[in-house]
Design a protein around this ligand. Structure first.
Ligand code: SAM
Ligand code: SF4
Length: 365
């Protein structure tokens, strides 16, 4: 597998270097299609890919998946070579940022080979390579990630209370996670912590979590829970509005709006008292779809243009067709036609079906 991935990288790199001769033999129309920017029907320019490399995970967060989660058979998942080929197709179309996610990306065997391969495109046509992780394995991988060119990581951490962490993730892994966070910092990676705000679970602890993170030099983003996939608990019981949380934090600290944008849905504030930055991702209380610049691809190569929608394009079939580059370009064009204007999450009704049947761990958070 390692050799095959190296071969496809070498092939790709030589393609990049020898693009001018290619121009002579390739049909002009085909060429412009393969490099045309991705702009959807609502004039949004797509420059960001979230790529899930596995749906598997070593935790079982209660808001993300049920305790007895059924994972995909491994044969359905794209190989590392296919993931690289697919990423290259997106980069050719103007995607400049790739976030590797999952499931838990660091449980995928040989995943560092993909980071190393994509890392070689940094500084050419890829501007940023990053990942979202639960950090349980990060102590082993932080140095390798930094070496591959990763500069920033998002780490999910909802509580600093070991017993609560064990209850929330159904695994007693907080010490490993804290070790992973420290290793990331020591490796020179900029860490941002993501916490899902959960009613009656970490609600009272959020100020302490924020103060701790800021004290360590890490930004924090709070996220409203989304109705993705069936979980044991009622979504409405988990849902905590972030405008309420913000109002409570304002009783304690000064929250100054910050224009910083990571190109994502978060709205940021600075907190002078803690010296850190805090983001709010509020799909329900403040819709952010108008500035959406991203596409998501699952580990099986299904492209979902919207996290909250059912629209989908099968890129695995494209990759495995006779003319993968052409088929991939066609698939991306189709994604631009079907990307919806906005999600339609509904958190008003008790007992409602999930907005989409897919869990976040499948689509890639
Ligand atoms: N396993 C990695 C992690 O936890 O960071 C990456 C994948 S995880 C699906 C990505 C993010 O999605 C995490 O920050 C997690 O908290 C968030 N998430 C999972 N299910 C969610 C849901 N139903 N609503 C809101 N956020 C969710
Ligand atoms: Fe795993 Fe991340 Fe989902 Fe938690 S949120 S179960 S760590 S994929």
């Amino acid at each position: 597998m390692r050799l095959a991935l190296r071969d496809s990288i070498l092939l790709r790199m030589s393609e990049i270097k020898t693009r001018t001769p290619d121009l002579l033999v390739m049909d002009q129309e085909q060429l412009s299609k393969r490099s045309a920017p991705l702009i959807d029907a609502f004039h949004r320019r797509i420059s960001y890919l979230r790529l899930s490399v596995t749906d598997r995970c070593d935790l079982r967060c209660t808001y993300c998946m049920p305790e007895r989660m059924t994972f995909l058979p491994k044969r359905e998942v794209l190989s590392l070579e296919e993931l690289f080929e697919l990423s290259s197709g997106f980069i050719d179309r103007g995607v400049t940022k790739i976030r590797i996610t999952g499931g838990e990306p660091l449980v995928r065997r040989d995943i560092m080979d993909l980071f190393a391969a994509l890392g070689r495109r940094l500084g050419h046509d890829l501007q940023e390579l990053t990942l979202t992780t639960n950090a349980t394995q990060l102590a082993d991988y932080a140095d390798g990630l930094a070496k591959a060119g990763v500069k920033r990581v998002n780490i999910s951490l909802d509580t600093l209370d070991r017993a609560k962490f064990a209850e929330l993730t159904r695994r007693d892994a907080l010490p490993k996670v804290l070790e992973g966070i420290a290793a990331a910092r020591d490796a020179g990676l900029k860490v941002k912590l993501n916490a899902v705000a959960l009613k009656g679970v970490n609600e009272a602890e959020l100020p302490d979590l924020i103060a701790w993170a800021h004290g360590q030099g890490h930004d924090v983003t709070l996220i409203e829970v989304m109705p993705l996939g069936d979980v044991e608990e009622e979504r409405l019981d988990q849902y905590l509005r972030l405008d309420t949380v913000r109002a409570e934090l304002e009783q304690r600290w000064t929250l100054t709006d910050n224009e910083h944008s990571s190109g994502g849905p978060a709205r940021y504030v600075d907190i002078p008292e803690t010296g850190g930055r805090l983001g709010f991702i509020t799909p329900h209380s403040n819709n952010f779809c108008a500035s959406c610049n991203r596409l998501r691809v699952t580990a099986t190569g299904q492209l979902y243009p919207c996290l909250g929608g059912t629209e989908q394009v099968d890129l695995r079939a494209a990759l495995r067709s006779d003319n993968p580059q052409e088929a991939l370009a066609n698939g991306l064009d189709q994604a631009m036609r079907i990307k919806p204007e906005r999600h339609h999450f509904n958190m008003d009704k008790r007992g409602a079906d999930p907005a989409v049947a897919r869990h976040m761990s499948m689509t890639g958070g």
